[in-house]
Ligand binder design. Structure first.
Ligand code: ATP
Ligand code: ATP
Ligand code: MG
Ligand code: MG
Ligand code: MG
Ligand code: MG
Ligand code: MG
Length: 261
C-alpha cells in the first residue's frame, strides 16, 4: 500500500517545468552581491575600491573554477562575477535553476569561509548573499561582446566613483553636492578633473580597479626531478587571475584556446 501511495502521489512531478538552456551556446551565469552598497558600508570597505574585498571576490571565483570544471572563463568587477561555461557543457543537463543555484551557493559559502583570510581584523557582521541568473549567448562574438559590456561598465563606474570619492574625501563635498557636480560630465572632463584637481592620471590607477579581473585556466610549465634527480619538464593547469583589456581583440587572440573549449 505504501508503494501504491507513492505511485498515486508521483503525478506532482509533472508540475516541474523544463528549464534546460539552449544546447551548444555559451552559458553565462552572473552573480551579484545583494545590497552590497549597504554591506560595503557596514564592513567599512575603502571607497571607491576596497582592494581586499576585490581579492576576496577573485579568490572565491578561482574556487568556483576549480569546483566546476565546465567553467572556462570568469570576469569580475565590484560585487559581481560572470562565469562562462563551455558551449557543450552538460552540467546538470543544462538545467538553469540547478546550474545557477549551485554556482551561487558555492560562491556565497566560499565568501564566508574565506572572509577571515582577507579581513583578519574585521568581523563579518551578517551573512552576505548573492543573486544569480543564467543567459545563453549563441556565438563567440556575442559572448565576447557580453564580457566587453561588463568591462565597459566597470570602466564607466570606476571613473565616476573615483571622481565622486575624491570630491567627497579630498574636497570635503557632500555626497549630493559631488553628484550634482559630476552630472552630465563626459569621460574626458572626468579625466581632466582628476588630473587638475587631484594630480591623478586615470590610466595609472590600479588595473584591477580600471579593468576588473579575469580568471581562467592556464597551463604552467614546471620542472620536476625524476628519481635520479634529473630535471623533467612538465606542465600542469592552474587558474590565474589577470587584469587586462578584453574589449580589444588582443587578449582573445593571445588566448584563443579559451573560447575553443
Ligand atoms: P543590488 O542588491 O541591487 O545588487 P547593490 O547595493 O549590491 O544592490 P550594486 O549595483 O550591485 O548595488 O553595486 C554594488 C555596490 O557595492 C557598489 O555600488 C559599491 O558601493 C559596493 N562595493 C562592492 N564592492 C566594493 C569594493 N570592492 N569596494 C568598495 N565598494 C564596493
Ligand atoms: P546530489 O548532489 O545529487 O543531491 P546527494 O549525495 O546530496 O547527491 P541526495 O539524494 O540529495 O544525495 O541525498 C542526501 C543524502 O545526504 C542522503 O542520502 C543521506 O546520505 C545524507 N543526509 C542528508 N541529511 C542527512 C541527515 N540529517 N542525517 C544523515 N544523513 C543525511
Ligand atoms: Mg543585484
Ligand atoms: Mg549588488
Ligand atoms: Mg553589482
Ligand atoms: Mg540533488
Ligand atoms: Mg543532495
Amino acid at each position: 500500500t505504501e508503494d501504491a501511495d507513492k505511485i498515486k502521489l508521483e503525478y506532482v512531478r509533472f508540475f516541474q517545468f523544463e528549464n534546460k538552456l539552449m544546447p551548444s551556446t555559451w552559458i553565462v551565469i552572473r552573480i551579484d552581491g545583494c545590497h552590497f552598497h549597504r554591506f560595503s558600508e557596514v564592513h567599512q570597505f575603502e571607497k571607491p575600491n576596497d582592494k581586499q574585498a576585490l581579492n576576496l571576490m577573485n579568490s572565491c571565483a578561482v574556487a568556483v573554477l576549480q569546483e566546476i570544471p565546465d567553467i572556462i572563463f570568469a570576469y569580475g568587477v565590484s560585487d559581481e562575477y560572470s562565469f562562462v561555461f563551455k558551449k557543450d557543457s552538460h552540467f546538470y543537463q543544462r538545467r538553469a535553476s540547478e546550474m545557477v543555484s549551485v554556482t551561487v551557493s558555492f560562491f556565497s559559502s566560499m565568501y564566508v569561509m574565506k572572509w577571515k583570510e582577507f579581513f583578519p581584523l574585521k568581523e563579518l557582521k551578517y551573512p552576505p548573499s548573492f543573486d544569480g541568473r543564467a543567459v545563453c549567448y549563441p556565438s563567440d562574438e556575442i559572448c565576447r561582446d557580453y564580457l566587453a559590456w561588463r568591462q565597459v561598465d566597470c570602466h564607466i563606474n570606476n571613473q565616476y566613483n573615483t571622481c565622486f570619492w575624491m570630491l567627497v574625501n579630498k574636497k570635503g563635498k557632500g555626497k549630493s553636492e559631488a553628484q550634482d557636480y559630476l552630472k552630465g560630465t563626459q569621460a574626458r572632463e572626468k579625466n581632466e578633473l582628476l588630473i587638475k584637481e587631484f594630480h591623478i592620471e586615470y590610466n595609472e590607477l590600479e588595473p584591477m580597479f580600471r579593468q576588473g579581473s579575469l580568471a581562467f585556466w592556464e597551463k604552467e610549465d614546471i620542472t620536476l626531478t625524476d628519481e635520479n634527480g634529473a630535471p623533467v619538464a612538465n606542465s600542469h593547469k592552474k587558474v590565474t587571475v589577470e587584469h587586462c583589456d578584453i574589449i580589444k581583440p588582443n587578449f582573445w587572440e593571445a588566448h584563443s584556446s579559451i573560447l575553443e573549449s
